[in-house]
Ligand binder design. Structure first.
Ligand SMILES: [Zn+2]
Length: 271
């Protein structure tokens, strides 16, 4: 920024005393073969942003966070002995799974709810959110990937998300979805294992598709480093209680265990 630029808020000023950290790292030295990330786990809003003009009821809804995914991810982290990076701030502050130039990086509308605090932001305001919430989280994931490479630990990147059971009045039948694009190393055996569970309706690139290339984290931390990777979506009514989250953590640990133990998983992907 040039010396003549107008005074703008220091990006570091967005988070103040009383604001939680932008992310948590659980089990950083875990020896398991997975690295878990949860881009939408948090629902904190920096105090300086008020509530983005929303009431508490709106901020408790799926538009603000992936309900249930933090508890599920923490449970899975413990069972797989895997490190987990858990984002702390609401996706409405800035979406950690979108490129910064994506129009939905800082959403002005989510599931028909307008977000007044996200209207007409200056470049400096957008940068302040990225500096406070987005960059620290992604740097922490890169540090974990680098540390595991340095230690010679095979690593599969697993991105944990949850989705609302109903959208636009339409019920979604899937209990879980597996989102993927070019690299089938991890998604294919995981889909097979989930489909073998007789009580589940499983989405292959449902309720969202990994092929639309909107997601940021998988590309940035998985594809770019050649790590086997997958994005798992769990329906929120499956994991919105402690028992539900623990049940899904246990199920995923049971299904992922043999897949992650297979050394061929980490061989370079064929295009
Ligand atoms: Zn999500």
């Amino acid at each position: 920024m040039s010396a003549g630029a107008p005074l703008e808020p220091d990006p570091g000023d967005l988070l103040g005393p009383g604001d939680p950290p932008p992310f948590a790292i659980v089990n950083p030295d875990g020896r398991g073969r997975a690295l878990l990330i949860a881009d939408h786990a948090g629902r904190a809003i920096p105090r300086r942003l008020g509530r983005l003009g929303l009431d508490e009821a709106a901020l408790a809804r799926h538009i603000a966070w992936d309900i249930g995914i933090e508890a599920t991810t923490r449970g899975l982290s413990a069972l797989l002995d895997a490190p987990a990076a858990i984002a702390g701030y609401s996706r409405l502050v800035i979406d950690c799974n979108r490129r910064l130039d994506d129009p939905t990086s800082i959403a002005q509308v989510s599931d028909s709810v307008e977000v007044p605090g996200n209207r007409r932001l200056s470049a400096a305001q957008r940068q302040a959110r990225a500096a406070a919430c987005f960059h620290p989280y992604h740097r922490a994931i890169e540090d974990l990937v680098a540390a595991r490479r340095g230690a010679g630990r095979p690593t599969a990147l697993i991105s944990m998300h949850s989705f609302t059971p109903t959208i636009d009045g339409v019920a979604r039948p899937w209990h879980a979805g597996v989102l993927w694009h070019r690299d089938g190393r991890l998604p294919r055996p995981l889909l097979a294992a989930l489909c073998a569970e007789r009580d589940l309706v499983v989405g292959d690139n449902q309720p969202y598709s990994g092929r639309d290339e909107r997601g940021f984290s998988i590309q940035a931390h998985g594809e770019r480093h050649g790590l086997p990777h997958v994005l798992i979506e769990l329906r929120q009514d499956q994991i919105d209680t402690p028992e539900g989250a623990a049940g899904w953590a246990a199920r995923l640990a049971r299904l992922l265990g043999p897949i992650l133990a297979d050394g061929t998983l980490y061989e370079a992907a064929r295009s």
